[in-house]
Design a protein. Structure first.
Ligand code: CP
Ligand code: NVA
Length: 299
């Protein structure tokens, strides 16, 4: 089986993505029925976390256990990575011992360097530039609630961050429109020429008629110093009942979590009937199990 990595959503074709999302929904049903499904018996996933995590860690660890395998958690505090061992050396060593590696780190270049010398599949569990695993879960959730995304419209409100950039790749792959409602200066860097994507600086215009409204924290991990400036810059981009009221009447609300109620979203919206944030969180488990099947078994 050819070695393949999952560093951004673009590592999948549209057909593979479609198949993976369907498989994720099947795996959810198997899990809910309590059916034992263990095609990864004896396989091990190494997980390197240079940033905090609740969902990503638990979904990969539980997912590997449910598929019959195991996962090992490594942080810079307790591995030699934190004491300056080169990424390439770590990659060579780990990939002789485990069957796949998931990495959450800062510079996207770190996962690319790791993958360049790895003998086993490398999965991006979030970098400063992309969060492709989140998109698998979000797209699964959207399909499960509303059917096919093609031809629909998504409004992204707030920072043009890692999750936003993965939404941009999803728009091109699945053929939906993405309106990015963010202030000047906070647009994603690769906006120019992106298929199906428009920067709409006015938040009301960005949200008007949208089928899905998505937001995320205004200061991502690693941007703690910018917190105050960002609170001011994004003030008008809070997803509240007023803005949601401009979207389509059956619009859904998504947030990858963790969320800050009263900042990027009001409690009324995130805890309200249009919000599917906990389905998104649950689907991290099912979507990543489908991803592990694809990367490790080729199916
Ligand atoms: N959404 C997400 O990736 O959550 P964690 O930071 O808890 O993993
Ligand atoms: N954009 C956020 C997502 C957290 C899951 C961050 O990078 O901190």
């Amino acid at each position: 089986m050819p070695l393949r990595h999952f560093l951004t959503l673009d590592d999948l074709t549209a057909t593979e993505l479609d198949r993976l999302l369907r498989r994720a929904s099947e795996l959810r049903e198997l899990h809910r029925a309590g059916t034992l499904h263990q095609p990864l018996r004896g396989r091990v996933l190494g997980m390197i976390f240079e940033k905090s995590s609740t969902r990503t860690r638990v979904s990969f660890e539980a997912g590997m256990a449910q598929l019959g395998g195991a996962a090992i958690f490594l942080s810079p505090r307790d591995s030699q990575l934190g004491r300056g061992e080169p990424i390439e050396d770590t990659a060579q060593v780990l990939s002789r011992m485990v069957d796949a590696v998931m990495i959450r780190t800062f510079a996207h270049d770190n996962v690319e360097r790791f993958a360049a010398v790895s003998r086993v599949p490398v999965i991006n569990g979030l970098t400063d530039d992309h969060h492709p695993c989140q998109l698998l879960a979000d797209l699964q959730t959207w399909r499960e609630h509303r059917g096919e995304p093609a031809g629909r419209r998504v409004a992204w409100l707030g920072d043009g961050n890692n999750v936003c950039r993965s939404w941009m790749q999803a728009a091109a792959l699945l053929g939906f429109e993405l309106r990015i409602g963010c202030p000047e200066g906070y647009e994603p860097p690769d906006l120019a020429g992106a298929t199906g994507v428009r920067h709409v600086p006015d938040p009301a215009e960005a949200v008007r008629g949208a089928d899905l409204v998505v937001t995320d924290v205004w200061a991502s991990m690693g941007m703690e110093d910018e917190q105050k400036a960002r609170l001011a810059a994004f003030r008008d981009y809070q997803v509240n009942a007023g803005l949601m009221g401009l979207a389509a009447p059956d619009a859904l609300f998504m947030h990858c979590l963790p969320a800050h109620r009263g900042e990027e979203v009001t409690a009324e919206v995130i805890d309200g009937p249009q919000s599917v944030v906990f389905d998104e969180a649950e689907n991290r488990l099912h979507a990543q199990k489908a991803l592990l099947e694809l990367l490790l078994l080729g199916e």
